[in-house]
Design a protein around this ligand. Structure first.
Ligand code: SF4
Ligand code: SF4
Length: 450
């Protein structure tokens, strides 16, 4: 079910009630658990429940903390500066079993690394085998494709792993080396093997989507990338837009937000070239740049946007300086907790609810869509200028974000008493705030000078 349809159905009381009844009647077999769960979620959403019975429908997990690339547009440089001795935190099958209470009921798991490469985890194949065989979980990963070796390809095909999103932000050998720092020939060779084996076994999965985030430095690569989609028999090309941050390009004004006419011209060229080559693009029509305010106004936000993530999503993201820990949140705007998955047992539903129905998540559910008391993080998230500020003014973006997150936690800690749980730390601020980054950067600059 696509998310737009799901959102619409969640607003229909007849559907919500009928879905809940079907969820109750459906047997609890392993392979049906995810359907029981997705059918009971609309009830919690429609009624704005704070303590909920359904589990997350979509889960993101970082299975490892390290990467073998140093892409110029990635915040890996910031992370490496802040945490020069990154913990590897390579998840094992036992770690996955510790998360089984909710992995058994979730519809989709995305293995996504932040500034890390998921396929560097040597247990990835056995994790896929376990979740696919037992629960038929839908899975995807976002990868640079360099470690998609033959053994792993065979496993992914055998167990019907669903989709690979391959970071492919340049199509030529030189462009790829410069921007992504890796060897494109290795990636292409891996994808050709995958294509041949899928054809041999008459399988469609894993689907392959190449991901191309357009910006000024790689606009010249777009036709080569479209040709590669054909050559590698990828299912489609995801045309996204570069998003800014603390990376190696931040001072080069690479975003087309600075020149939207030129950006839209390149988009037109991409769509017309792809049409001639019969290459499928996502989105199907160009998502043009439009003129947006580049000044921050706290009140300039979309108050009609109804976010359902606190009822449906859970993210487990890298903690770079502590062993066997994940940050937990529901979206990319902020982390909420730091959990130690060594200490915190989440294997049973009762244990999981200590996290999933934690007072902090209840506070988020209470305020995310509130007309008069929306919390500061969701208000900043829904701001019409958030994306353009992120792409054009790293400093202003960091200031606004860090302030919103601090205010969010400040209000919660003052007004919502809660009992501490061993293994769950409720955060107080952005753990990688710009202030901490700037302090570490200044120290690193001084030691370089000396
Ligand atoms: S491959 Fe991904 S995680 Fe690694 S440096 Fe590039 S963008 Fe960052
Ligand atoms: S910050 Fe709030 S509104 Fe934005 S995605 Fe997260 S939960 Fe939803």
């Amino acid at each position: 079910m696509n998310s737009k349809l799901f959102n619409r159905l969640c607003e229909n009381i007849l559907f919500v009630t009928a879905a809940k009844l079907v969820a109750i009647l459906l047997p609890g077999f392993n392979r049906l658990k995810k359907y029981k769960n997705i059918l009971s979620a609309p009830y919690s959403i429609y009624h704005g429940k704070l303590k909920i019975k359904n589990n997350p429908i979509r889960v993101r997990i970082a299975p490892i903390n390290i990467c073998n690339y140093l892409c110029l547009f990635c915040e890996i440089h910031k992370d490496n500066l802040m945490f020069p001795n990154r913990e590897k935190n390579e998840m094992t099958l036992d770690d996955v079993k510790n998360y089984e209470s909710f992995l058994s009921t979730t519809l989709k798991v995305s293995w996504v690394g932040g500034t890390a490469e998921p396929l560097l985890n040597k247990n990835f194949g056995s994790i896929v085998e376990y979740l696919k065989s037992k629960y038929g979980t839908i899975m995807m990963t976002n990868t640079n494709g360099s470690r998609l070796d033959r053994k792993l390809c065979d496993i992914l095909i055998k167990y019907g792993f669903d989709s690979l999103l391959i970071s492919y932000h340049a199509g030529t050998k030189d462009g790829y080396k410069k921007l992504m720092t890796g060897n494109i020939d290795i990636v292409d060779k891996n994808l050709i093997y995958l294509k041949e084996q899928k054809a041999l076994h008459r399988k469609n999965k894993p689907a392959v989507q190449l991901n191309f985030a357009l910006q000024r430095l790689n606009a010249v690569e777009c036709r080569t990338i479209i040709d590669k989609v054909k050559q590698l028999d990828a299912d489609e090309l995801l045309v996204s837009k570069y998003y800014g941050g603390r990376n190696q390009l931040q001072d080069q004004k690479v975003s087309f937000d600075y020149d939207i006419n030129e950006g839209n011209r390149v988009l037109d060229d991409i769509y017309s070239y792809a049409k001639d080559r019969n290459v499928k693009l996502c989105p199907a029509k160009p998502d043009y740049w439009t003129d947006k305010k580049t000044q921050w106004d706290h009140e300039n936000y979309d108050s009609s946007m109804h976010c359902k993530r606190p009822w449906t999503c859970l993210h487990f993201k890298p903690v770079l300086n502590e062993r066997n820990c994940h940050y937990v949140g529901v979206c990319n705007r902020t982390e909420l907790f730091k959990i130690s998955y060594d200490k915190l047992k989440l294997g049973t539903q009762q244990q999981f609810e200590l996290l999933w129905n934690h007072p902090l998540l209840q506070y988020l559910r209470e305020t995310v869509n509130s007309k008069d008391s929306i919390n500061p993080v969701c208000k900043y998230c829904k701001n019409y200028s958030r994306e353009i500020i992120r792409n054009t003014d790293a400093q202003m973006y960091a200031d606004v974000r860090d302030r919103a997150i601090k205010d969010f936690f400040g209000y919660f800690h003052k007004n919502y008493p809660f009992v501490e749980v061993d293994g769950i730390e409720v955060l107080k601020e952005h753990p990688h705030s710009d202030e901490i980054f700037q302090e570490k950067k200044a120290k690193a600059d001084v030691s370089l000078k000396n």
